[in-house]
Design a protein around this ligand. Structure first.
Ligand SMILES: C[S@@+](CC[C@H](N)C(=O)[O-])C[C@H]1O[C@@H](n2cnc3c(N)ncnc32)[C@H](O)[C@@H]1O
Length: 223
């Protein structure tokens, strides 16, 4: 066993019979091991080298007179072997170490690229949270809020907070033309930014004033 895997021997999960926990997704492996390792080919070919290896293989497939569909069938793949013989940048790929050895048998390849194509090592695969967080997505699940004053449909503060923090710079001004009980203004103030609240209903303005307590400056007093 590779020495780096020694310390993970205590693992009792469903992949315990396997020397390397290959079956699990990176996330699952991370939840089991914290950090984990994956087996990877050491050889990282340049485009030029890739073309060289593919051209080499193409000679053998032509000599053998076998089709890529047939190779796929033997290896139990679908639409895979074709890519191993393509030279264009968008389509070409190299077979993995196991497929290479099988392909070697099918096409009777010589040993020229064996070492490059089959030598592997274990690479650390750390799965960790992105330090700046993730894209919030299109659906937000946020609990509704209530206030003691009678008012309908107030914004949940968490909703306003997220929007202001993500879209209003620290010296920016937030405008809410349908301010209602003034949730937007309250949160904006708590986040150290300025806001302008517009509200047609004087009763709602009173609620707003009470909620803001300090820091409010009336821009209009026509009610
Ligand atoms: C759904 S409430 C907004 C609630 C607010 N988001 C909160 O968290 O309290 C909509 C508000 O818009 C106000 N409104 C409706 N028409 C208006 C107008 N033409 N100008 C200013 N305010 C208006 C209503 O009086 C009501 O308070």
């Amino acid at each position: 066993m590779n020495p780096v895997l020694e310390k993970y021997k205590k693992y009792e999960g469903k992949f315990r019979e396997e020397e390397i926990n290959r079956g699990a997704s990176p996330d699952a492996r991370s939840s089991v091991f914290g950090h984990t390792y994956s087996e990877q080919r050491i050889f990282k070919p340049t485009a030029k080298k890739e073309i060289e290896i593919i051209s080499y293989r193409r000679q053998f497939i032509m000599k053998k007179g076998i089709g890529v569909e047939q190779i796929d069938k033997i290896l139990d793949h679908r639409y895979t072997a074709g890519n191993w013989f393509r030279l264009d940048r968008g389509g070409r790929s190299l077979p993995g170490p196991t497929d290479w050895l099988k392909l070697k048998e099918i096409l009777e390849l010589d040993n020229k690229y064996d070492e490059k194509m089959t030598k592997t090592d274990y690479a650390l695969q750390a799965v960790m949270d992105y330090p700046l967080g993730k894209n919030p997505g299109d659906m937000w699940s946020i609990k509704t809020d209530k206030i003691s004053e009678t008012h309908f449909a107030i914004f949940p503060e968490d909703l306003v907070k997220r929007i202001i923090k993500s879209s209003c710079p620290p010296d920016g001004v937030v405008l809410d033309p349908f301010a209602g009980s003034g949730t937007t203004g309250k949160v904006t103030m708590e986040l150290g930014r300025k806001s302008i609240m517009i509200e047609i209903n004087p009763e709602h303005v009173k609620i707003m004033e009470k909620r803001f307590k300090a820091g409010i400056r009336k821009l209009s007093n026509k009610w």
